[in-house]
Design a protein around this ligand. Structure first.
Ligand code: NAG
Ligand code: NAG
Ligand code: NAG
Ligand code: NAG
Length: 587
């Protein structure tokens, strides 16, 4: 069974309570991290709910719509982003499946609002022609028509994952009907988008780089794998999911440089590629039933730990507030060191991602029962326990204990950074100033609050259900990308010929020889009669393609005779695997 719900009750402090956050005065900042987590958790769940339609900071916004931030100027984040909303709802749905039933209506509102949004035609396309890749909408659910970095292909798989957790829970709790009739159709649209577009470039989660983003691919792999299993469980079909998933995983391997994850490839962005994009990928695809798999970059994998060090170290020298902090101690983490947005600062959600990966790794080592240190991860571990050497250390051994205790302290250090730079009312903005530590950019960023919730739940050992990593962690030996989407065209031409003549077709496409008579495609005369001089052949051509072509006749003497002008013109249909016939007469 793929989805083993980890049924653990939430500690009371993590459950939504209507009480206000206790203001923290300066002295009380010395309070322990546990006390900070208790108050900041309340502020964070309240912060999330305030920004969803009907909430105190989202007046007039439809139910189920997540506003990125109530900030309407400098910067204007008064929109709903598919990505931010999905990650936020993933956190809420996790809390629901762990027992917080007060969230049920909000989750149902999300399902119905997203079903409607998927139908809104926008600058990225219509409902089945790419529109699901639109990054953001106005909060009233109308299309946003301004210039933007579009498409962003992470939204659909992230939403599919959030909803798959809900659908699995419904099915496991006697409500397969709602899962099949109401939730699955939304998931199915997102998965169909992912199957069709994963092998095309798009903008990354920071909306800047137009290329192949590791985060987008990692989110896609998880969604397709769990989507295929969910379809089976619900008696539905997920066309292409099971065949695309291993190909996505195959492609993901090429982001690994040997020492860290290059977060954006297939683009010349002039950056090192060390980017919190990859930390967020690792926490999003964390599977509590997984081993420390390198291929899926699980939080405890050697690759993900080496990458954690590479990414966090890249911020040690760029922010004044990190100056003088020793190697192996927590620091403020931003998006990527070359960032210039608001002059480039640390973000709450990226600092929290650094903590969450480590808490998730601790959970995995505990389940696996050992820690393996190898040449890839050695430097990460030596920052924390300088005497450690490569080897496997079983739970209970002194080395295992010293590593896990050092990792816990290191992870808590990142929470302490949040404690130090979060304002006393618990409001989490987008960024904090790299020199002064003061909150910066959008106030009350929904994603910042959601990031606090998930990081501290992992610290408490509360995890998202398995997505089936154990059955989806073997990349095929060769990467083929997306199989071509072809339309089979039968070319019929009536051409009266004399014995020894042959008819060919050529034109603007590689499949037709690019107008080169030597590469033209031969037609067959097997059905040729004097009353119906038919020459015919069938050729696979790319779907949705306009091209020009002509027939040519090659004589037995070797001469090439072209049809008269103008060129013929044809458009193949959009359907992969479709077939069509053209009936021409030689001219
Ligand atoms: C199934 O779930 C939906 C959505 O929460 C709810 O409205 C409905 O009452 C549930 N049905 C049953 C039989 O539990
Ligand atoms: C993104 O890159 C692709 C090719 O790499 C290009 O076709 C497309 O026009 C680019 N989009 C934008 C908005 O720059
Ligand atoms: C498509 O997939 C192939 C095979 O993994 C890969 O080499 C190529 O870079 C991918 N292209 C894009 C744009 O995703
Ligand atoms: C082309 O001709 C064949 C018979 O030779 C016929 O079955 C078919 O319908 C024709 N197609 C078109 C598009 O005219």
């Amino acid at each position: 069974m793929l989805f083993t719900s980890v049924l653990r009750a939430l500690p009371a402090a993590l459950l939504f309570s209507g009480t206000q956050a206790t203001p923290l005065d300066f002295e009380s900042r010395q309070i322990s991290i546990d006390a900070f987590i208790t108050t900041q958790t309340t502020a964070s769940i309240n912060g999330v709910l305030a920004n969803i339609g009907g909430g105190s900071k989202a007046p007039g916004v439809p139910a189920g719509i997540v506003v990125a931030s109530p900030s309407r100027t400098n910067p204007d984040y008064w929109y709903t982003w598919t990505r931010d909303a999905a990650l936020t709802y993933k956190a809420l749905i996790e809390r629901l499946v762990h027992g917080d039933t007060t969230l049920r209506q909000k989750v149902d509102d999300y399902v119905s609002s997203q079903a409607k949004l998927q139908g809104v035609t926008n600058p990225s396309g219509g409902p089945t022609t790419g529109g699901l890749g639109e990054p953001k909408f106005n909060v009233d659910m109308t299309q946003f028509t301004g210039a933007w970095g579009r498409p962003q292909r992470d939204g659909p798989p992230l939403r599919a994952t959030a909803l798959a957790i809900y659908a699995n829970w419904l099915a496991d709790n006697g409500n397969k009907t709602y899962a099949v009739n109401t939730v699955w159709p939304v998931i199915a649209n997102d998965l169909a988008y992912a199957v069709q577009y994963w092998n095309q470039t798009g903008f990354d989660l920071w909306e800047e780089v137009n290329g192949s983003s590791f985060f987008t691919l990692a989110a896609t792999h998880r969604a397709l794998a769990e989507g295929a299993a969910l379809a089976t469980k619900l008696g539905q079909t997920c066309t292409g999911c099971a065949t695309a998933a291993p190909q996505v995983l195959c492609f993901m391997q090429s982001f690994w440089t040997g020492s860290y994850i290059d977060s954006n490839i297939n683009v010349n962005d002039g950056r090192t590629g060390k980017d919190a994009n990859s930390l967020i990928s690792s926490i999003h695809t964390f599977d509590p039933s997984a081993k420390c798999t390198d291929a899926t970059f699980q939080p405890c994998s050697s690759r993900a730990l080496a990458n954690h060090k590479a990414v966090t170290d890249s911020f040690r020298s760029v922010y004044a507030i990190n100056k003088g902090v020793a190697q192996g101690k927590a620091i403020a983490v931003g998006r990527y060191s070359e960032d210039v947005y608001y002059n480039g600062n640390p973000w709450y959600l990226t600092t929290l991602a650094a903590a969450e990966q480590l808490y998730s790794a601790l959970y995995q080592w505990d389940k696996v029962g050992s820690i393996t240190v190898d040449s890839v991860s050695l430097a990460f571990f030596q920052d924390l326990v300088p005497s450690v050497t490569a080897g496997t250390y079983a739970k209970g051994s002194a080395t295992y204990t010293s590593i896990t205790s050092a990792v816990k302290t290191y992870a808590d250090g990142y929470i302490a950074i949040i404690q130090k730079y979060a304002p006393s009312n618990g409001g989490l903005a987008e960024q904090f100033d790299k020199s002064t530590g003061s909150p910066l950019s959008a106030v009350d960023l929904t994603w910042s609050y959601a990031a606090f919730l998930t990081a501290t739940e992992r610290r408490a050992g509360i995890v998202s259900p398995s997505w089936g990593e154990n059955f989806n962690n073997l990349p095929p030996t060769s990467c083929t990308g997306t199989p071509a989407c072809n339309a089979k065209i039968t070319f019929n031409v009536r051409a009266t010929t004399t014995f020894g003549d042959n008819i060919f077709v050529t034109g603007q496409l590689t499949q037709l020889g690019n107008w080169d008579p030597n590469s033209a495609k031969a037609l067959s005369a097997s059905q040729y009669t004097s009353s119906d001089p038919l020459w015919t052949t069938s050729i696979d051509l790319p779907a949705s393609t306009v091209f020009e072509y002509k027939y040519i006749r090659k004589t037995s003497a070797g001469a090439v005779v072209w049809e008269s002008d103008p060129n013929r013109r044809y458009t193949t249909s959009a359907g992969c695997g479709s077939s069509a016939t053209v009936n021409d007469t030689w001219r």
